[in-house]
Design a binder for this molecule. Structure first.
Ligand code: 6GU
Length: 232
């Protein structure tokens, strides 16, 4: 899969994609992430990419021309499944959206300023608008990194079997159960006996029970959705 991210703050995005799993996904050739500096498509030698909003005065808006140039340039090279705009008024991102997007071949993600981008870009180029939650960030960059991370780790081959995405919180609708590592007894704080028993069936049963308990306690909304008929 290929992800093209358009931003005026490319530095803000470099580090997340050059560490750990996201970095490995790229060096393995499973995912290609290209960050495009919108200033390379500026309308003048002052590197201008934003301007005052008509009729409002205060607040800069990303102009249509640099975005059009950048997007059109990319579309000359390949077809895109989605052109996504990161915005707090988009649809709220969740694991289901991540699953869907992880199946795409090419996507563009546009990061906006907090005052937004020219509405004509949204009307004529953007095919999907995503928010990562009900709060306001200064720009779409960090949200784009969040969404890309959630997508990329689902691409087959990115995670090894033992860290498989299938055991994640939310993948089966439940929160993940607790995990422990050595030592089995740390200053009297003990790892549950069942995990040391070597009985795989018993361990699985315990993990499911804990996942259900945790979901019911912390996310009653999810629990009700999964078990609408359950009384206790
Ligand atoms: Cl995608 N962008 C901005 N600027 N703020 C947000 C957001 C996105 N999602 C939640 N808050």
């Amino acid at each position: 899969m290929r992800i093209d991210i358009i931003t005026c703050l490319p530095k803000l995005l470099e580090s997340p994609f050059n560490q750990s799993i996201l970095h490995r996904a790229q060096t393995k050739g499973l995912v290609e992430v290209k960050i495009h500096d919108l200033r390379d498509y500026a309308i003048n030698k002052h590197q201008q990419v934003d301007d005052y909003a008509y009729g409002v005065g205060a607040g800069m808006v990303l102009m249509i021309e640099p975005l059009d140039k950048c997007i059109s340039n990319l579309q000359k090279e390949r077809d895109y499944d989605e052109i996504i705009f990161m915005t707090p008024d988009g649809e709220t991102f969740d694991q289901r959206s991540a699953n869907t997007l992880s199946l795409m071949k090419n996507i563009i993600i546009i990061c906006g300023h907090y005052k937004g981008i020219d509405e004509r870009v949204r009307e004529h180029f953007v095919t999907k608008e995503i928010s990562i939650g009900d709060y306001v960030l200064s720009g779409g960059e960090l949200a784009a990194a969040v969404v890309s991370d959630a997508i990329i780790r689902l691409v087959p081959g990115v995670l090894s079997d033992e860290t498989s995405a299938l055991t994640d919180s939310f993948q089966d609708g439940l929160l993940a159960p607790p995990v422990y590592s050595r030592p089995a007894d740390y200053k009297g704080m003990k790892v549950p006996d069942v995990l040391l028993s070597g009985n795989d069936a018993k361990i699985e049963e315990w993990r499911l029970e804990k996942a259900m308990e945790r979901t019911k306690q912390r996310r009653p909304d999810l629990y009700k959705k999964l078990f609408p008929d359950k009384k206790d």
